[in-house]
Every structure is written in C-alpha cells, then in structure tokens.
Design a protein. Sequence first.
Lengths: 488, 105
Amino acid sequence: MLAFDTLLAAREAIRTKKISSTELTRQALSRIDCLEPQIMAFNSIYPERALQLAKEVDDGKRTGPLAGVPMALKDNLCTSYGTTTCSSRMLANFKAPYDATVCKKLEAAGAVIVGKTNLDEFAMGSSTENSAFKTTRNPWDTTRVPGGSSGGSAAALAAGMCCAAVGSDTGGSIRQPAALCGVVGLKPTYGRVSRYGLVAFASSLDQIGPFGWNVPDVALLMNVISGRDPKDSTSVDRPVPDYLKQLDQPLEGVRIGIAREYQSAGGMDGRVKDAVDAAIRKYQDLGAKIVEVSLPHTEYGIAAYYVIAPCEASSNLARYDGVHFGHRAREPVKDIIELFSKSRAEGFGEEVQRRIMIGTFALSEGYSSKYYLQALKTRALIKRDFDGAFEKCDVILCPTSPTPAFKAGEKTGDPLQMYLCDVFTVTCNIAGIGGISLPCGFTSGPKPLPIGLQLLGPTFGEEKLLRIARMYEMATEWHNRRPRLNEN
Amino acid sequence: MAEQKITLDQVRHVAKLSRLALDEERLGKFSTQLGSILEYVAKIGEVDVTGVEPMAHALPIHNVFREDVVEPSLPLEKVLQNAPDSDGPFFKVPKIIGGEEDSAG
C-alpha cells in the first residue's frame, strides 16, 4: 500500500516531512511491480526518471503545488521522454519530439510521473480492450474491465499505483472509467485545458482532465492544468479560479436537475438506478432542491456522436501514412498509395479501422448531408437542450454508466453494444460542457463493484460543479473505499 | 433490416478511400458491423432540424490570431527521429510517379 494514497494527503506528508518523495515514489513503483501482472495498467514506466525527480523535490530543488507526488499519464499525451503509443501498433515506437502542455504544467508543479497508462487504441472504446498491447483489468474485480478509454489511468489510481492521474475524454473516456473504478474523474468544459500534445481523436470533442480519489484532488489538478495556451487556439482565455478555495463550503439553494429522458434510458442496471436515486435523496437531505428538466434530444446523442467523432477521426488519422512517423509496411509495394494502405491496415486495430471507415463513409459524396450535416444540426439542438435546462438548475444529475463494470470479453463481439455504454456521457462532449463522475455506491456480493454518479454543469461552471460534487462527497464515505488486492 | 445501409461493394470502396488495404474476411465482417452501426445512427434522420444551423464546434471561436513572431522550429534530427526511412534531410518513400493509381489524386 501507499503510505499516503491521495494527492492532497501525499502532498501534505511530503511537505511536513512525514515521508520523502523518494520513499513514496519507491512505494508506487514497487506497487506497480507487484500488481502490474494482474492489472496491466501501464504501457511504460520510468523508474529512474521518477526517482530523479523525487530526489530533486527532496533536495528542495523542485517545488510547487504537486511537489513530489507520484502520478500517471494516459499514453496519448506526448512526452519528450519515453514513448507515446496511444496503445496502437501504429505508434508502438513513437518518441514524441515535445511535451504536451499538460505534462509540462504537471512537472512544473512538481509532479513525479511514474509512467504512462494503457487506453483503448487512439482513445476509441469504453473498456480498454481495444488496446493493441493488453487489456487493463478492474482492480475491484480483475475479471472485469476498468472502462475506457482512459482505463489504465483509472485502474492505476484505484490499484494504488499512483496518487492521481490524467486522462482524456472524447465521449466519456474519463468519467466512465472513473465510475467503473470507484474514483473521481472530471471532463472539463471544452477549451478549459490545453489540448496541445494530446494525440487528436475528435478535435471538437477531446478534452484532457484529472482523476483523483476525491473532489479536492481533482480540483487541485484543475488549478494546475487549466488555462489558455498559445499553442492551442481552442483553449480559452479566461481566468482560472482557485478551485480549492471555497470547495468545502456548501452552496445554499442548490438546484439539482433530473432529466426526464434519462429516467427512460434503456439498459439501465437496477443497482445503478437505486444508488443514483439514493444520491438524489442525499442531496435533498443536504437542502438541495430537485427540479425536473427536459433534454428532448437525449435519445439522439449516441447516434450524433457516432457520426461526428468518426468523421473527425477519419480526418485526424489521415496523418498516419507510414511516411513521416509511425508504422510502415515492410513488404515491397508497387507505389505510395499501396504503402499508405498496407501500413494503415497493419498499424491500426479493428475498432480504429471501423471508425475511420464510418467517418469516411459519412463524409463521402452523397452521404455527408444525410449523416454529417444532420449530426451537426442535431448537435446544435442537444446544446440548446442543455442551455434551456441550465436556466432551471445548477447541475444535472444522472448515472455515469448504465451498468457497473462488465466482464472482459462481454461486449467485444458487438461494437454497437459497446457504443451504447456511452448513453449518459456523450452529450456532455457534444455540447462542450463540463461533467464529473464520483462514487455513489457499490454493488453487494463478495466483490463489490463501484457505481458512479455524474453531475453535468454549464460551460465553464467547474467551480460550482466541483463544490456541488464535494457537498455529496463530504456527506458520504464511498470515496474512502479501496479495492483489496493481493501483492504477490 | 429495412434497408441495407451499406453494401459489400461500398465497404470495399470506403476502404479504398480510407487507404486501408483490408482482406476479404475483414471487409465482410465490416460490412455487417458498419451496416448495423449505420442503421443505428441513421435515426438522427428523425430529428426535425428545420432552420437549425450546424454546430461544428462547442465554442464560438472563429479566427484566433497571434503576433507574427518567428519562433524556433523543431531541429531536423527531431523531425526525422520517427521516420520509418530517411535519407539526409529527407523522408524516403517508394516511387510516387508511375504507379497504377498515379492519376487517382
């Protein structure tokens, strides 16, 4: 076990010399050594580099709000050291020539990066099973998936291999694994965090965000990673508040929106429904007012998403041509087109190929107005739904995932079934708003599985979103539970 | 399925447009899977979008300008460090002119 497994506790312990960063980093690395065969959360680890950074903290040469705390990065964030693979054969040996802005900011704040975590290839998936290298396991039950696509980051944190982690969320890829692994995950408003150095999947939907054991840890990470970056023209020039400052002060007269349409969503597990209903009652006990809101275009969310995201992906992934970087087919080819086509067929896994194909089809002549243009118009209506709802409430409450963690292999045969996991998460990305998942219960049985509560807030409403999440967290104990893992 | 959303021939054509050299087995599998995915996503056709402007982006950002200042570029060795094949300061590829698909554009 880590002597201090949350970000704020670890930071405080290091500051007050209860433990050195070197010792805590050693513990994290030894935990990775022991548990990695079971969990398979990491694509690469950097023990020497991490211990060097930790030593600099202990020697007083590196300071900052995250000084000395072991953290993990999703392996689609560029780092100037090691590899950035996106869990794809295409980038298996890719060495990024620069650091993502988020990675720079974390290290400038003193974080000690221990390694880079597994994901669904190019962040396309909801279970981490689409990784070209390995399937990450859920620390609460290793026969189950951790969710995805940031499953490695969520599992590494839940397994106590680091004190916090960073991922990316295009349609739920932070919130859903956070829910399935019993941790807190935030998808910030589009433009809040720089995407520079995040390998692009769907540029109008992608956003980087934090994982932590609790809301304060996530708030602290938001303090560090938010803000305008000249290198990402979609990052917004807005002051970054201190998200920690008023976090523990409960808000008066909070209005929690319950969307009528989410009640009738298909495929909802009864245990998830019960836990979320109990969370609604808890908010009522805390003095919140529950208001019914309507998001009439909810049922079109997944359909619009699985047009828009593949269209953007088909364009973004055109850069992998076997010429400038990435995998190149080695057998003789007759021309450059064959070189592109063979390299891409060998380098991309099935799900990535499927999405490139859907996007290419939906953008092709004769189909683009039926699919792509129609999806963009539906997107405008989904955004309008949220704008209307947020006139009546401060946040919208719903489950993060319709089910707890499912078994590995359960949904791999049917891509559409996997897509339907994203029913509660995709509209947040479509509208560009912020969303957070936090633990709100566990299933019963010998291997209890976490259940996630999702709160969605208006554009750039993270301050309030985090405070409302924290109200619930302070009144409950779910975030203090840890999985039992055997260190062999 | 009421209407076939994509035929095997279309899948073959899309694979070509996507620059993916897929074998027949994969093409067959994709034709079934893409069919059911397209069948599902086609339900956006039910949405009444009369008078609705398409929303390509979550933020009302249009042009973002910066000062026209020269900044250092990546050094050549970094640019080429991931190249599958290179020759001096160049990326090396098989011949481009004269192939069958030369005029495909």
